[in-house]
Design a protein around this ligand. Sequence first.
Ligand code: KIV
Length: 270
Amino acid sequence: MSTVTKRRKISTASIRARKGKEKITSLTAYDYPTAKLVDAAGVEVILVGDSLGMVALGYPDTTHVTLDDMLHHTKAVSRAKPKALLVSDLPFLTYGVTRRDTILNAGRLIREGGAEAVKLEGGVRVREEIRALVDCQIPVMGHVGLTPQSVHQFGGFKVQGKSEEGADQVLRDAVAVQEGGAFSVVLEGIPSYLASRITREVDIPTIGIGAGPDCDGQVLVTQDMLKLFRDFTPKFVKVYADMGDEAVEAMERYCRDVQNGTFPTEEHSF
Ligand code: KIV
């Protein structure tokens, strides 16, 4: 039996308690087998990110992802019964319109999807929505800085908080997320020094992606760090294994074996 199967279930409280003590690890998963792998590796937070729109569904950005997409994938991940905390993204326009919609949509990710917390993008503008969700007993992870659902507003996937004014805004956003009652906040695509400052100034754990080494934890898209998604690899990604190339090579070998008659053999026959 692996040590991982014995580890305790991770809760939002245990993530919150790691601030300043131990670094938090997070990876994405959108399906049952990937969730099993991520959990077996001992990762603490599995994020069903709306990045699935790009790396699993082939959309150009995350604004195309629907609540039904998120439900479908969150259900698959929750069937893996991970020890990791399961967080699911509220996709574009499923929050930020009316508070009632936000609560009901987040509630569906929890009740139907099996998520244990939801993530939403924005700071000052979503503070009261975060508060409303937390009041309804739905834990929230915030997400500030380069928020991919704002791609059209930003005019591309651009690092945020580079100017003094921009940095103040990202800091205000992170503080607003904390004031709303979120248990943690993702800092994406901001300079390292700003992430470091925010990490010192807020009491909740910061989870960085393209935000330097000083955050309380890190998150990556699994398909990026395993290079299963090969269209492009963002600068902030470290590729831990080139499984995309390995997969193509394996498939080429399979094609050769079938063509020259070396597969199947007796071993694979009845
Ligand atoms: O959608 C996602 O995968 C995310 C992470 C990159 C933080 O939001």
